[in-house]
Design a protein around this ligand. Structure first.
Ligand code: AVI
Length: 319
């Protein structure tokens, strides 16, 4: 099969005014919030990589364990000679496991908004899998509707590990699934990681690790505002808080003000009551039933699901 290099799509990097607008808007809301995608500047991405290695953060190692342990079943359930399209590929750490499990995959298309993550990871895969054509696409989730995959008639497999879908609001998750379906076309398969609902004694420490890596990851958002948006936040006057919201089945990360104070961003002042928070991330946790309904609303059907023995995490095969 022949694949053309990609040029159809203009590179898209979130411009700085997007960050400024989002922060000014988010801090003006009655319940202050900033979209979680802004947690991932270079330092934030580095801290997230460290989070995936702290002992309390079970999702990454559980998903990797599942991809390893169930490789034969995953291979049997997926077509041979396929093109793997990975959404938000980042460092492509789990890609090697999938490509190694599949029968003669012919191409890999990583899609990521960060050029710094995308191209080195693409090169690594190219070196590790010389028979697989690698065609990186620089772009974010918002660009999916405008993307085209100029591929031949090989079967397509979407790949979205890590339970990143859990960081979307429900309507965003549905829109994402619909866009992925449009992009991949009829007949495609989609392998998607989803974190499971579980007791709080496991869930809360995963987002409150003892070494404070998650706290540093969250607080780095204020450091980023100070650096990039002429912010005046006192990082010692806020603390990381991760709570479980029972109603929405999600971990919420917040930055909690330790005192009554004000801080300015690009010359605009914002006041904080003691205890007031800035909501910085949601991480939804699913039951198999809730995940099945989400997939259905996004135009897919769960055809097979793999769980680890402790039912911490799920890898779902959608059709
Ligand atoms: C990227 N995402 C799936 C992580 C999660 O668990 O929701 C982000 C994260 N936030 C704090 N720790 C990890």
């Amino acid at each position: 099969m022949m694949l053309e290099p990609f040029h159809a799509h203009e590179p898209h990097q979130a411009p700085d005014d997007d960050f400024l607008d989002a922060v000014l808007h988010g801090l003006s809301l009655p319940k202050k919030s900033i979209p979680s995608r802004f947690l991932y500047d270079a330092r934030g991405s580095d801290l997230f990589e460290r989070i995936t290695r702290v002992p309390e953060y079970y999702p990454t190692r559980t998903e990797i364990g599942l991809l390893r342990a169930r490789a034969a079943e995953i291979e049997a359930a997926l077509p041979s000679g396929a093109v793997v399209v990975e959404f938000g590929s980042g460092s492509s750490r789990k890609t090697e496991l999938l490509l190694a499990a599949l029968d003669q995959p012919c191409a890999y298309v990583p899609i990521d908004i960060s050029a710094a993550a995308l191209y080195p990871a693409a090169r690594r895969i190219e070196q590790g899998f010389p028979d697989v054509g690698v065609y990186p696409v620089l772009g974010g989730f918002h660009d999916l509707a405008r993307m085209r995959l100029p591929l031949g008639d090989s079967p397509l497999i979407g790949f979205f590990p890590g339970s990143t879908i859990g960081n979307f609001a429900r309507h965003e998750a549905v829109d994402f699934l619909l866009s992925a379906r449009r992009l991949l076309g009829p007949g495609a398969a989609f392998l998607l990681g989803a974190d499971l609902q579980k007791p709080l004694n496991i869930l809360l420490p995963a987002y409150n690790d003892a070494d404070g890596v998650t706290a540093a990851f969250n607080l780095n958002l204020l450091a980023r505002i100070n650096r990039d948006l002429e912010g005046t936040f006192d990082l010692d006057a806020f603390e990381h808080a991760a709570i479980y919201n029972e109603r929405y089945h999600r971990i919420e990360m917040h930055l909690r003000s330790l005192a009554r104070q004000s801080a300015s961003v690009a010359g605009r002042s914002f006041s904080f009551a003691a205890g007031e928070t800035i909501h910085t991330e949601n991480s939804h946790k699913y039951t198999p039933e809730r995940f099945g309904r989400l997939a259905q609303d996004g135009g897919w059907e769960v055809s097979r699901a793999f769980y680890d023995e402790n039912r911490l995490f799920s890898v779902n095969l959608l059709a």
